[in-house]
Design a protein around this ligand. Structure first.
Ligand code: PEP
Ligand code: MG
Length: 328
């Protein structure tokens, strides 16, 4: 099977009736780049920048961040790299920021991700400056985590533009126009109001891990309720559909980068909902490509309509299982 999968490295992720998907890699560490390139990832759909802040007591400065990001962007060029600003807090920790995050009765809903970045604008400025410097080496997109309101995007964009002006004034030749600024859709309210976010952002990346967790009120690390964590919950499916429809209506790109994107069980569903970009851990990519090449876009659309129209949870998985059994 490994051999069969490596054989499709240079083939496109295309359905039997000619719909093309873009499959990209999620990276947590720069050391994963060779693997992402090996499996034929068409770029990095999610670069988690938390690695810059892990296992150390101090904060990385602009120089250090830009050096590491430049290496990643150079190694991937001409393929694009989507760089997410710091997503700490909740289950993601960084010792140097612990005192700023403080303690919260409910860290998953506390000061974290974009909320922390906007509370500590110097932290965000440093990171955006490093990203803009790295953008000189190849195509980059900037992604904001845990967005819940358009205001947060507008504030982040104002900071981005100020950082860009300062860099240009000091003679740094950063790209014009600036890289696209997009948002994670991973808070249920953001999915429901995705039309308002589409007005202020350039692309969406749907984070199904947190979207499922917040929609169903299941802590990602709480094993005793893990059985209720359900990607096929009708509420989750509806939120994904609303977000995808809003992006398509506004003509903005939308990708899925949560764990659901790496499970071939859901590829047809995403395709049928109108998603054309999936980003996943590099190891999953050959499987998802192989699955895509077994699908029909037209049948996947019917499947998505069928699953979204179904009220009973058990029927949803039955219908999906039947669809998948017919593929073999
Ligand atoms: C997600 O929430 O689905 C996501 C991709 O981000 P992370 O797993 O880093 O929270
Ligand atoms: Mg997330």
């Amino acid at each position: 099977a490994v051999r069969a999968l490596s054989g499709i490295r240079n083939l496109p992720a295309e359905t039997l009736d000619g719909t093309r998907l873009t499959l990209q890699a999620n990276l947590e560490l720069p050391s994963e780049i060779p693997e992402a390139r090996d499996v034929g990832a068409e770029g990095i759909g999610l670069l988690r920048t938390e690695f810059l802040f892990m296992n150390r007591e101090d904060l990385p400065d602009e120089e250090e961040q830009s050096r590491l990001l430049e290496q990643i962007v150079s190694q991937m060029a001409p393929l694009p790299v989507t760089i997410r600003t710091l997503d700490v807090g909740g289950e993601k920790l960084a010792p140097s920021l612990g005192q700023h995050i403080g303690t919260s009765p409910n860290p998953a809903m506390g000061l974290r991700a974009i909320r922390l970045s906007l509370k500590m604008p110097d932290l965000l400025r440093t990171q955006l400056a490093a990203i803009l410097r790295a953008a000189r080496k190849g195509p980059v997109r900037i992604l904001l985590p845990m967005i819940s309101s358009p205001d947060q995007v507008t504030q982040a964009r104002a900071i981005l533009e100020q950082v860009a002006r300062d860099l240009r004034a000091s003679g740094v030749d950063i790209p014009d126009p600036l890289p696209p600024l997009g948002v994670m859709i991973e808070v249920p309210g953001a999915a429901l109001a995705a039309d308002s976010l589409a007005e202020v952002s350039d692309f969406f990346a749907i984070g199904t891990n947190d979207l499922i967790s917040y929609t169903l009120a299941i802590d990602r690390g709480e094993e005793r309720v893990a059985n209720l964590y359900d990607p096929l919950h009708p509420g989750v499916l509806k939120l994904i559909r609303v977000a995808v429809d809003a992006a398509r209506h506004a003509g903005k790109p939308v990708s899925v980068c949560g764990e659901m994107a790496s499970d071939p069980r859901y590829t047809a569903l995403f395709l049928g909902l109108g998603v054309r970009e999936l980003s996943m851990g590099p190891k999953a990519l050959p499987r998802i490509k192989a699955r895509t090449r077994m699908l029909h876009h037209s049948r996947s659309q019917l499947l998505a309509d069928d699953l979204l129209g179904e009220k009973q949870r058990e029927k949803i998985s039955e219908k999906l299982d039947r669809f998948l059994a017919d593929l073999q």
